[in-house]
Design a protein around this ligand. Structure first.
Ligand code: BTN
Length: 233
C-alpha cells in the first residue's frame, strides 16, 4: 500500500540514513541494529539486537511545513492504535511517547529536512529486561502480554494507522485530535514540565485545538506548545 521497505542489518541511525539520500514519500528504513540511535533532546536511544523495532519513514506531506509538528502527534497515536490492534491497550503521553500503563514502550523523533519530514519510531518489542536505570519507566510488548512477536509483524500493524493519521494533519486534524484526546494518558494528572521558560507544575486538562497541552495552575489554564520533558508528579 505505497510503502517501500528497506531492511538494514546495521546503521548509525535510521533517521540519519534517510537524511543521506533523496527518498520518496513512503520510504521506510528498518534496522536490526542502530549504532547511534537518537532520542529527543539529544538523548541516546538504545535498542539491543532482537529487542527493539527501530524504523524511520520519509513523508512528504502536502500540507504546509508549519503543520508538520503535528506528525509527531499522528505518529504517537498511530503506534498506540496499532498496539490496540495487537490486543495491547496503549496510551499517548503528549507530545509523542507511547505508554503501556505508566511505562514508556515507544518513542518518536520527527525531523524536518528540505525534502520532507522524517518520522523515526523506536518500539520495545521483545525486550525481557531493561537496564536498571530505566527498568521502572520502560516496558516492552513482551513484558505487557508475554507474546512473542516478530518485528516484521509489528511493523505491518503499525504502518496502516501511520498512513491514516499522518494524512490528517490538515483539514482533518479535528478527527486526529478526537482520537488523541481519548488516548491521552496525562489528562487529569498533576505534572511538572520543563519548557524553554523554565519548569511549571499544574494539572493537565487535556489537549487544545492546535494539539497543545492545556495546563491548569493557580493562574488558570495555559496552553503549552512545547516541552522538553513532562513528568507525572
Ligand atoms: C525519544 O523517545 O526520545 C525518541 C526515540 C526515537 C528513537 C527512534 S529509533 C528509529 C529512529 N532512529 C533514531 O536514531 N531515532 C529514532
Amino acid at each position: 500500500d505505497g510503502w517501500s521497505i528497506e531492511w538494514l542489518e546495521e546503521v548509525d541511525s535510521t533517521n540519519e540514513h534517510l537524511k543521506r539520500g533523496s527518498y520518496q514519500h513512503g520510504h521506510v528504513v528498518v534496522a536490526d541494529r542502530q549504532t547511534h540511535g537518537r532520542g529527543r533532546r539529544g538523548a541516546v536511544w538504545h535498542s539491543e539486537p532482537g529487542g527493539g523495532l527501530a524504523f524511520s519513514v520519509m513523508l512528504r506531506p502536502s500540507e504546509p511545513r508549519g503543520l508538520w509538528p503535528r506528525l509527531a502527534l499522528a505518529a504517537g497515536l498511530a503506534v498506540a492504535e496499532g498496539l490496540g490492534r495487537l490486543g495491547i491497550e496503549a496510551g499517548v503521553k503528549w507530545p509523542n511517547d507511547v505508554w503501556i500503563g505508566d511505562k514508556k514502550v515507544a518513542g518518536i523523533l520527527v525531523e524536518a529536512v528540505p525534502e520532507g519530514a522524517i518520522v523515526g519510531i523506536g518500539l520495545n518489542v521483545g525486550t525481557r529486561e531493561f537496564p536498571e536505570d530505566i527498568s521502572n519507566t520502560a516496558t516492552s510488548l513482551w513484558l505487557a502480554d508475554r507474546v512473542d512477536r516478530t518485528r516484521e509483524e509489528v511493523l505491518e500493524i503499525l504502518l496502516p494507522p501511520l498512513a491514516a493519521w499522518s494524512a490528517r494533519i490538515g483539514r482533518d486534524f479535528g478527527e486526529l485530535l478526537g482520537s488523541l484526546r481519548e488516548r491521552c494518558v496525562l489528562t487529569g494528572r498533576a505534572v511538572t514540565l520543563d519548557t524553554a521558560a523554565g519548569s511549571e507544575s499544574g494539572v493537565v486538562r487535556g489537549i487544545g485545538d492546535h494539539g497543545e497541552l492545556l495546563l491548569e495552575s493557580s493562574d488558570g489554564i495555559r496552553p503549552i506548545l512545547q516541552a522538553d520533558q513532562v513528568r507525572i508528579t
